[in-house]
Design a protein around this ligand. Sequence first.
Ligand code: HEM
Length: 587
Amino acid sequence: MATSPAPTAPPCQKLFISYAREDTDWLEKFLPYFKPAERSGALDIWWDRRIPSGADWGPILDKEIGDATAALVLVSVNLLNSNFILERELPAIHEQRRTRNLQLYWIPVTVVGEEVLQTLGLFGINAATPCEPSKPLADMEDRERELAIVAVCNQVLRDLKSGRVGRLSQEKRDDILGGALARLREKVELAADAPIAYGDFSIVSRGQMQGRDVAIKVLAESPFREHNSEFEERVKKALSLDDACFLKLRHCELGEEHQILVSDYTDAPTLAQYLARTGKPFPPSWVTRLIQRLALAIQEYHRHGLRYGLLASHNVFYDEHASPEPILRLQAIAISSHLSQSDDTPGRFPRDAAEATYLVPEQYEGKPYTELSDQYGIGLIALEMLEGRPPVTVTRLADLEEKRRFYEDPEQFAGSWKRDQSRLRSVIFRMLQKDPSQRFTQLADVHQALAHLEPADVVLAKKSYSRVCAGKTEFYAAFYQQFFARCPEAVAMFGNLKMEDQYAKLDAALHYLLNFADMDMTEPTALTHIALRHARLQITGKQFNDFAEALLETLRHFGEAQAVEAWERTIRPGVQYLKLRSAMAKK
Ligand code: HEM
C-alpha cells in the first residue's frame, strides 16, 4: 500500500533566551509558560543548557541566534559578569535585530541603571510590557510578578503565532522614516532626532517644528486600508482641537503611502508608568479634579464629531508639572483608539490584552461603540487611579469572565477609598453602568457632578491637620526648625518659652488660620489681639511670609504634598489679615 506523504508541519518559530547563569531561577519562572507551545511543536526554545559540554560555543550561538525569530533577554547586572554575553551573544542579537528583523523582548529582572542598559545596547528600546526598568520583577509583589511574567510570555507567544514578529526590520523602519522626514522637510521647518519608539503600525521620532518639541509619527503600513477615508476624516477634525488636554496635532500628510502625523511632544509619563513608579493610588481629590478636566476635553472631542475609543492607562499621560495644575493628556489621534471603535465591525475581537483590559460592556456584547462608551472608558481610568491598578487586568481569556463580573457589579471591585467618598463613588459608578442609558446623558453632566463634590480647600486642609499636626510634637519641632532657618531673628523671641508652650502657640496659630473663613470680621475680631501682640513684637510682613512658607514646607516633608495647595489657599486670608492689621497697629 502506498503511503501518503506526511503532512507538512507548520513552520516552527524559534525563541532564543539570553540570561546570566546567576539568574537561572528567573529563567525557570518563564519556561513553564512556553512548555505547551514547545510540546505541540509550534515553538522551539533555545537556551545555553543545550550546549553539549566541551563544544565550541561561539559558532553554536551564532547559528542559534541566526535561526531565531525572537530573543528574550533577562536583564540584571549579572549580565555584566559574562564577557561572552557582552561581547558575543548580545552583539549578535542586536545585529540580527538590525538586519534580519529578529524581535527582541527584554525584561528587567533586577534594578538596572541607564549606564548598564547603555552597555547592553538596550537603552532606548522599550522593555517588554508590562515591565518597566524602574520596577523590575524582583521589586514586585508575588502576584504582580506572576501576572507580569504571564503577560510577557503570552505576548511573545501571540506575536510568534500571529507572525507579527519580524514584519519590519530596523533597516526598513529607518528607510520609511527617512523618506517621510524628507517629504516633511520640503513643507515645514523641522529638525528630527532619532526615532524614539515604534509600535505595531508606526514609527515615532522626536523633533522640533517651528521651535516646538514635536513627535513625528509615520504609519509604516496603514492598518486602515479599508477605512482610510474614515481615518483621514477623523484626522482632519482633530486638527482643529484646542483643548489643553490634547497634545495638539500640528501637521498631517495623509494622501501618500506612509501617512504622517506631527503633534506636540510630551515627556510626561503615562498613567501606567506613573502608577508603577509611585506604587500607590492617587488621592480621591486629585482623581476628582483630573477626571473632571478629562471629561470636559472628551466632551470637546465629541463636539468635533469624534469619539475617542480606547482609553487606557498606557495611552493617557499624567503631566504633573502642567500649569496651573496637573492634567491628564491624550494624543489627539491615537491609532489604537481609532482601531478599537471601528464602525463597521462592532463585534470585532479585541486586538490584544491591553485592549481587552479596557473593553467596555457594549463592545463585549458586540454592540456599537458610542459617545457613552467614552464615558465608561473615563470611569475605568478613574477607578484605576483610585485603586492603583485596573480593576480587572486581562492576560488570559479566562480573565474575560472576571471582566463580565465587573460589568455586573463594579462596586465589588473597589477598595477602601469608597468608604469615605460616597459622592465620588456615586459619580464613578454611574459612569460605569453596564447599560449605557443609565450613565450620565453627556460628559458635561459628569463634569458638573464632579464640580459639586470637589472637597472645599478648608475641609482638605483640616483633614490634613488632623493627620499630621494635631498633637504631633515631631511636626511642631520640624516646623520651628524650618521657620528658624528662614527667620533666624525669631529664635531669640521664642528663646524663653518652654517647648510645650511653643507647640501650644503654634497649635493656636494653626487653629486661627484654618478657621479664619468662619470668623466674625467685625472689629475687634478674635485675631485683633494677636495682631496687636505681633505688632508689639515688631513682626514684619516678610516674617509672616516666612512663617507661612515654613508651614507649607513642613507639610510637604510630612507627606502632605497633595494638601499643600489647599492649605495655601486656606491660610492666605488669615496671614494677609495679620500682616495688615499688625502693620496698622505699628503706625
Ligand atoms: C500668620 C502667622 C502667625 C500667626 C497666625 C501667629 C499666631 C500666634 C498666636 C495665636 C500666638 C499665641 C498667643 C497667645 O498665647 O495668646 C502667637 C504667639 C507668638 N508669636 Fe505668632 N503668629 C504668627 C507669626 C509669627 C511670626 C512671624 C513671629 C516671629 C517672627 C511670631 C512670634 C510669636 C511669638 C514670639 C509669640 C509668643 C509671645 C506671645 O505670646 O506674645 N509669630 N502667635
